[in-house]
Design a protein around this ligand. Structure first.
Ligand SMILES: Cc1cc2nc3c(=O)[nH]c(=O)nc-3n(C[C@H](O)[C@H](O)[C@H](O)COP(=O)(O)O)c2cc1C
Length: 376
């Protein structure tokens, strides 16, 4: 290895007691490729296995915690014990290749297509529609307090299943506009009960989920178990999450004894829109606020080994690779072996089998313009 990349290959000991071999994680990515009954498919097992040799930790695509939270056709579930055998195969496939296995768990809330949820009943913090990206979704129904408490317990139950399936941890998906994010956002949360109305109350649901998951881990895990939390730092809408909201979120999460915070951005170096007067990137502002209290993971368009080095030099504890590790499953191994100049940064149209990508994900990659760099 070129010694200048040593910082990427330092082991890191997380608060739970789990040590990761290096500072690079595979970012969570849905594959739309489960079996028809939403159990993990063989194609997915092969895809993850191919990408688990090299990174310190693999975070899986998001698994829904209850049927009303199913946001993706072919996005696997974790809402019943019948899912445990498939999840166990997934955890084992990742761990056999040397990475720690973390299951991302979520509820889609207002982003769930009506045809995927029971009775077409799309739910959220409040009955607010209109966010870009929700397509023709109907206006969601605001959850009752009893339903909210039930979903909090569902996050706990999915965590128990992750433990029983042999995962090393869970990541709570509080990012990208899904239900946890919807409760935190002043755009989607217009409630006036204990779950909304002020910044503090908008934090109630996310924090209750964290507490429930930590409680389940304390009760059920016989070995150290990772709990991470992913969030999106800002929203374009007004009202919407600003950097100042996010710093308040980070302050409370930093006290929750989590293993890491994962900042979801498409571009690691993206700058704050509003809420702080700062010319630095969002990730640098967040990292400074958190200090050493909890590791921070940054992600987004980190294509080359030099990009990764520059990112880790900001002081973040880890970086995650998403599209890059689909495009080149050997990304980490190549850097380790001093072959970083051989990293593929564009996807070849005939590389599906070679790259071990499930057919539904491959279709998305090829058909969705501007998402993946594709070689002519
Ligand atoms: C195919 C695909 C599926 C994704 N699915 C998820 C997901 O399930 N959960 C999540 O938090 N982010 C998801 N993301 C976002 C990625 O985790 C990541 O933040 C984003 O792709 C930016 O990183 P990159 O530039 O390294 O790809 C997905 C991204 C892609 C490309």
């Amino acid at each position: 290895m070129n010694t200048k990349y040593t910082a990427l290959f330092q082991p890191i000991l997380l608060r739970s007691g789990i040590q990761l071999d290096n500072r690079i994680a595979m970012a969570p990515m849905t594959t739309w490729s489960s079996n028809d009954d939403y159990t993990v498919s063989d194609e997915e097992i092969a895809y993850y296995s191919r990408r688990s040799n090299g990174v310190g930790m693999v975070i899986t695509g998001c698994a829904y915690v209850t049927a009303s939270g199913k946001a993706f056709q072919g996005g696997f579930g974790s809402d019943h014990d019948d899912f445990i055998p498939g999840l166990r195969r997934l955890a084992s496939a990742i761990k056999e290749q040397g990475a720690k296995a973390v299951l991302q768990i979520f509820h889609g809330g207002r982003k769930c297509p009506p045809e995927l949820v029971p009775n077409g009943d799309v739910v959220s913090a409040s009955a607010v529609s209109g966010e870009p990206g929700t397509g023709s979704n109907p206006v969601p129904r605001a959850l009752t307090e009893t339903e909210i408490q039930s979903i909090i317990r569902d996050f706990g139950e999915s965590t128990r299943r992750a433990i029983e399936a042999g995962f090393d941890g869970v990541e709570l998906h509080g990012a990208n506009g899904y239900l946890i994010h919807q409760f935190f956002s002043p755009y989607t949360n217009r409630r006036e009960d204990q779950y909304g109305g002020s910044l503090e109350k908008r934090l109630s649901f996310p924090l209750a989920v964290v507490d429930e998951v930590k409680k389940v881990v304390a009760e059920h895990a016989k070995q150290p178990f990772i709990v991470g939390y992913r969030f999106s730092p800002e929203e374009p809408e007004t009202p919407g999450i600003t950097m100042s909201d996010t710093l308040a979120l980070v302050d409370v999460l930093a006290k929750k004894e989590l293993d890491y915070l994962h900042v979801s951005t498409l571009e690691f170096w993206s700058a704050p829109r509003r809420g702080v007067e700062d010319t630095r990137s969002r990730i640098e502002v967040i990292k400074e606020r958190v200090g050493e209290s909890v590791p921070v993971i940054g992600v987004g368009s980190i294509s080359t080994a030099d990009d990764a080095l520059k990112a880790i030099q900001t002081g973040v504890s880890m970086i995650a690779l998403g599209r890059e590790i689909i495009i080149d499953p050997d990304w980490v191994e190549k850097v380790k072996l001093g072959k970083e100049s051989e990293i593929e940064t564009k996807i070849k149209k005939d590389a599906k089998s070679h790259l071990v990508v499930p057919a539904p994900l491959w279709k998305m990659i090829i058909n969705r313009t501007g998402w993946f760099p594709i070689e002519d």
